[in-house]
Ligand binder design. Sequence first.
Ligand code: SF4
Length: 219
Amino acid sequence: MDEPTRAFRRMTAERLIRHLNRRRMHGSYVETAAEARAAVLSLIQGPGSVIRCGTESVGSLGLWKDIAALPGIELIDPYVPGLTPAEGDERRRRGLTADYLVTSCNAVTLDGRLVNLDGTGNRVAGMIFGPKKVILLVGMNKVVSDLDAAMDRIRDFAAPMNNLRIKALNPAHEPPCTEDGRCHRCASPQKICNAWTIIEGQRDEGRIHVVLTGEALGY
Ligand code: SF4
């Protein structure tokens, strides 16, 4: 990262954190993915449980393994190979009362709104209520000017990219965007775009902590 980019991202993050604070959420900023990894781990204290959610930002850093190894932490993992869909959903239900939810966010507006589009819905449900602490790892590549830009980013980029990521792991995952990279506003049973959420603030101050990272993460 060159110096002007470094300065711009830091200043943008500082402004965004002031808006998060105004909305009773916490935020912090680090430059690199390695620092982000350490920042997320420092926010989790055992004993307690952590629900794993589908997120490339967290997964790409290998953080699930690190979280599971923290003293006194139980990782509730619906993605363990071999689980039946019913067993995975049972873990997602348990995750709604976990001590911690760790995930990312599809887009964050410059004035501090958290915008997401979810398939199953447990990720966004838990972000709103349930887990005592929500830790969001968000690369500055996901910060956008306003709500319209957030929704455009998610529909036109994040959702097709996440579908392609899932298809790379499971070739049977074939909603129409995996054919041409465009959202068709589909009604596929495999659709990952079922529930929009906009989090405007928190009643329980500091329950949500956003770790912003200068280095791009996820889609
Ligand atoms: S085509 Fe369907 S699954 Fe793909 S991004 Fe659009 S709504 Fe989501």
